[in-house]
Write a new protein. Structure first.
Length: 105
């Protein structure tokens, strides 16, 4: 294989990268304290999610790709709109299960 896109924009090391369930977007989490949502087709940054006080260690899309969950080394987890970047629930580190009705922290 060969490189199709290079996602440029984080100021420090990237800790994780995942595709959205429909593979239209890529979500990255980085040591610069941000998570970013990218177009998987163009490589353009669609959203930058800021608000954690330490490295963002992981980030995932909800099963319907409507939300992004981030976890940081500051011990917090955040839930964001994957469309607007608006921050919602703030809690401990956690992930949504496949039914998306509960959050474990």
């Amino acid at each position: 294989g060969h490189c199709l896109l290079t996602l440029t924009g984080h100021q420090r090391s990237v800790r994780s990268a995942v595709f959205s369930p429909d593979a239209a977007k890529v979500l990255t989490a980085a040591d610069d304290g941000t998570a970013k949502v990218w177009s998987a087709e163009t490589g353009h940054c669609l959203l930058t999610l800021t608000g954690h006080q330490d490295f963002v260690s992981s980030a995932v899309f909800s099963p319907d790709a409507a939300k992004v969950l981030t976890a940081a080394d500051d011990g917090t987890g955040k839930v964001w709109s994957a469309e607007t970047g608006h921050e919602g629930l703030v809690c401990g580190d956690g992930l949504l299960p496949p039914d998306a009705h509960r959050l474990a922290s």
